[in-house]
Ligand binder design. Structure first.
Ligand code: MG
Length: 204
């Protein structure tokens, strides 16, 4: 199982980190050792002084495919959940400055908590109106709507599958809206789709 993450997929978030809005999807990978489920706690790594939350809609792949065309991409998704793309922002900023890859900032152990529940695609009235949000210690910190993505999930699947074969169970993190911020030990993060609580992470 692999985790594919899209960066800079909401224009307000690209602006808040002073990044240009991309003309093609930007993606990176997290290994299966990044995956946390069952509301397992997140252990703060000792190599960063500034770990950020990024709440994101997560799409689960249900068929093997490569070179998938955009018009058939929806056939490759079975469910939609929510996850947090934990990012060591201080390290990522250093990597960006030096033109280096982001793995040490993005792909460390436990950096991809994901809800156990994935909602069936058929259960949504409108796939462009999926709202999601994150609360930190009960306070709203991020909210987004799927329709605000710069690249839709269909475009993402078409683009990524040009380079990498998608397999059953792969997860695609689709980018974060504005409002990212730091976490501290003891924080409780709760993530929602359409106001339904689907995931909780305790920072330890
Ligand atoms: Mg992200």
């Amino acid at each position: 199982m692999k985790i594919i993450c899209i960066g800079r997929n909401y224009s307000e978030h690209a602006s808040e980190l002073n990044n240009p809005v991309p003309t093609e999807p930007v993606f990176f990978l997290k290994p299966d050792t990044a995956f946390l489920r069952n509301n397992q706690p997140f252990f703060m790594p000792d190599f960063s002084n500034d770990v950020h939350y990024e709440v994101e809609l997560v799409y689960r792949i249900s068929r093997v495919g490569r070179n998938i065309s955009e018009r058939y991409a929806h056939r490759y998704i079975s469910g939609i959940g929510v996850g947090i793309d934990f990012t060591a922002r201080d390290i990522q900023n250093r990597c960006k400055k030096l033109g280096l890859p982001w793995e040490i900032a993005k792909s460390f152990d436990g950096s991809a908590p994901v809800s156990n529940t994935f909602i069936n695609v058929e259960d949504f009235d409108d796939l462009n109106q999926i709202s999601f949000h994150l609360e930190k210690n009960g306070v709203l910190v991020q909210k987004g709507v799927s329709g605000d993505m710069i690249f839709s999930i269909d475009k993402i699947i078409a683009y990524v599958s040009k380079f990498i074969t998608l397999k059953i169970g792969d997860l695609i993190f689709t980018g974060t809206p504005t409002g990212v911020g730091s976490i501290a030990i003891g924080d409780i993060l709760t993530a929602y789709i359409n106001n339904e609580l689907l995931h909780k992470t305790k920072v330890c």
